[in-house]
Design a protein around this ligand. Sequence first.
Ligand code: SF4
Ligand code: SF4
Length: 317
Amino acid sequence: MTYGCRHLCNTIHFHQHFVSSCCTNVDGLILGYGKDNITSDIIKSKYSDFIEQLKTGEAPEICRNCYALEKDFDLSQIKEIKLKTFYISNWLHCNANCIYCVHKHLKDENNPITDEIKISDTYSVLPTLESLKKDGLIAQNPVVFITGGEPALLKELPEVIEFFKDMQAGFFQIYSSAVMFSDAIDNLLKSDITTELIVSPDCADRELYKQIKRIDKFDDVINNLKKYNSGITKTQNRVISKYICIKDVNDNEENLKAWIDLMHAIGIKNIRIDVDYDYPDKANSVIPSLFKTAKRYTTFLNMNLELTEMTLNNLKS
Ligand code: SF4
Ligand code: SF4
């Protein structure tokens, strides 16, 4: 029996302090540390050592508890490093302060609420990307997931986007607070490259926004959503507005419907409903009935409602 996983040699994830081979909630194979100028030679060597280890048939300690680890994995299908999927999330700084943020435990000197991120606050992903490009380790039409923190604050965001445009990227997905407008993100939405921008206003009024986000930027966010959404010509390019249900804050029909009405009024057609990670006992709460209400109401308004796979799985468990 040999262990392996489909992410090996085709996925790279730039985290806050390190770079790994995978996209999961475990660290997995660490390819290097952000400030250490990780070159393609280093990445090749790490992969080569790891694949030799897998050939021994031992389940790797670093992959323990990872859903992607497969028994009886055919290692011969890994022929070369061709990175197709890029997760760019090397900064956690943000200009919002959401009560549900998964990085809230870092909301101190590591993750201040800020209007600007300099490269010196984090590390640049560009030298590693250039090294991978030079050695031909990037697959055709890579797919790129950009999160954070807040991408619009990062000084090198336009260059990162340009890099992947030059590599003929096939898909971008970007998460943003939309507190600040980014021309680089807007240009992508209006380009030929399939792009999704996901923003979570979570409510339809300024006071509730202040309670959830702990900043007073509701009007800016709605205006930026409108700007991002206007003038998109390619149907696959989408602004997706998200509503994260938070216990005893916005988990009621009145607020949910008000948000759907507002998104409809400003022309956002694609909406997504999710649930706060910490929401207790989701399946036996008001959440399933809120989903049904949202489904009926968005069908009536001819909007596209998405429930994430993770949300549906949570409700089943
Ligand atoms: S099995 Fe999981 S942790 Fe291990 S390399 Fe694959 S995705 Fe990463
Ligand atoms: S916008 Fe995202 S990264 Fe910023 S505080 Fe909210 S959840 Fe965290």
